[in-house]
Ligand binder design. Structure first.
Ligand code: RFL
Ligand code: PHB
Length: 390
């Protein structure tokens, strides 16, 4: 097989890249390890920055998001059993859209297939090769047979556990990593959201987050031990802990309902530099991970591939390699800005196991500053809704 851009991974990064390239008249083939149904059901992120939502609209894949997405103008910080609203739109002029990542994935798969795009699901043993030269290829197994996809460039959009990153020799990459001493237990519950806006709660018992997916579905998270076994969290214990951590003194109540889905996610920061090695380009979670407290992972993946599609279009149309040569450094500026914001949100809101009273007093001082100072709130807000330029 031959195509212009070989894309590994059909997450938001790989699918959106394929779609944006098609809009530029550039061919691609997407290779995905999992089945279509699996990736369309995988519950993950839900917060789209205004810039992300606008890009999806402009690219012609925003129709269902416009109808079903929920536009929000603020978030709530909760600590000391009190609520503090951060009016994002008043502070920045921008809003955010809540729309499940798997819905974005569904919309993109449909758009690619309707346009005759090629996505090969359930491929196996994917190996990018010869990426240092100008004739790279991807070997893989599909339908029982060995296959080769020859292309001009390979886009490694295969997420944190993918294989593309390892195709870069260890001596040619630097890795920066930080693991946090806690994880998130995420649940999807069949109950109307109890708040109109996302709630980030810092409590003596640890962090909790109240988000939503629709007028009938609430998405909730609890800080738990790293590698926490799910068996230790029967539904009753989850609700009890959420009630305790989200509870306020003003009579707010959390509605409970059947838990449809639950899972534990590790919290880490990770960056590989550079994001390009020869003809291999690593985009999205394949190149960087941020802790989810800033709601940034999918937005970063989208920012990477928007720039990558533009850089590839410049190269194909005019032979100009400038944007492609600058791509990694341009992306990494945003990656580190977001890494800092996500770490700041995370450490401000979670309870670390070894924290002493001094640390907890500092944490409270930070929260009170954001709740009480417009300058501090504006800094949070501009990062949360997404910076246009970094
Ligand atoms: P993905 O989505 O992981 O997609 C990678 C795809 O590659 C496939 N794959 C392979 N295919 C072929 N061969 C191989 N060897 C392969 N290995 C893997 C995988 O099956 C998969 O389909 O990466 P991508 O596209 O870079 O997208 C990144 C986002 O998924 C991620 O950053 C976000 O989900 C992070 N995130 C959040 N981001 C936000 O912007 N806003 C949020 O509110 C938000 N909340 C979250 C999150 C992530 C979470 N978890 C579960 C990690 C909340 C949580 C709980
Ligand atoms: C979500 O709705 O899944 C969500 C919201 C905010 C976050 C992370 C996840 O920071």
């Amino acid at each position: 097989m031959r195509t212009q851009v070989g894309i590994v991974g059909a997450g938001p990064a790989g699918l959106l890249l394929s779609h944006l390239l098609w809009l530029e008249g550039i061919e691609s083939v997407v290779l995905e390890a999992r089945g279509r149904e699996y990736i369309e059901q995988r519950v993950r992120a839900g917060v789209l920055e205004q810039g992300t939502a606008e890009l999806l609209e402009r690219a012609g894949v925003g129709e269902r998001m416009r109808r079903q997405g929920m536009v929000h103008h603020g978030i709530e910080l909760r600590f000391g059993r009190r609520r503090h609203r951060v009016p994002l739109t008043d502070l920045t002029g921008k809003s955010l859209t809540i729309y499940g990542q798997q819905e974005v994935v569904k919309d993109l798969i449909r758009a690619r297939l309707d346009a005759g795009g090629q996505i090969l699901f359930e491929v196996d043993d994917v190996r990018p090769e010869a990426v240092e030269g100008d004739r790279p290829l991807v070997r893989f197994r599909y339908g029982g047979g060995e296959q080769e996809l020859h292309c001009d460039v390979v886009a490694g959009c295969d997420g944190f556990h993918g294989v593309c990153r390892d195709a870069v020799p260890a001596a040619a990459r630097s890795v920066y990593q930080h693991d946090y001493p806690y994880a998130w237990l995420g649940v999807l519950a069949q109950v109307a959201p109890s708040s109109d806006e996302i709630v980030y709660a810092s409590s003596e018992r640890g962090f909790a987050l109240h988000s939503m997916r629709s007028p009938q579905l609430t998405r909730l998270y609890l800080q738990v031990e790293p590698d926490e076994p799910l068996e230790r969290w029967p539904d009753e214990r989850i609700w009890e802990e959420l009630q305790a951590r989200l509870g306020t003194d003003d009579g707010w109540t959390l509605g409970e309902g059947p838990i449809l889905e639950k899972g534990v996610t590790a919290m880490r920061s990770f960056v590989v530099e550079p994001m390009r090695f020869g003809r291999l380009l690593l985009a999205g979670d394949a190149a960087h991970i941020v802790p989810p407290t800033g709601a940034k992972g999918m937005n970063l993946a989208v920012a990477d591939v928007r720039l990558l599609a533009e850089a590839l279009a410049a190269w194909y149309k005019t032979g100009d390699t400038g944007p492609l040569d600058a791509w990694s450094a341009t992306c990494l500026r945003r990656v580190w800005r977001v890494q800092d914001f996500s770490t700041w949100m995370t450490t401000m809101l979670h309870r670390a196991p070894g924290d002493d009273d001094f640390q907890r007093k500092l944490q409270r001082a930070r929260l009170e500053y954001v709740a009480g100072s417009e300058a501090a709130a504006r800094s949070l807000a501009e990062n949360y809704v997404g910076l246009e330029r970094v």
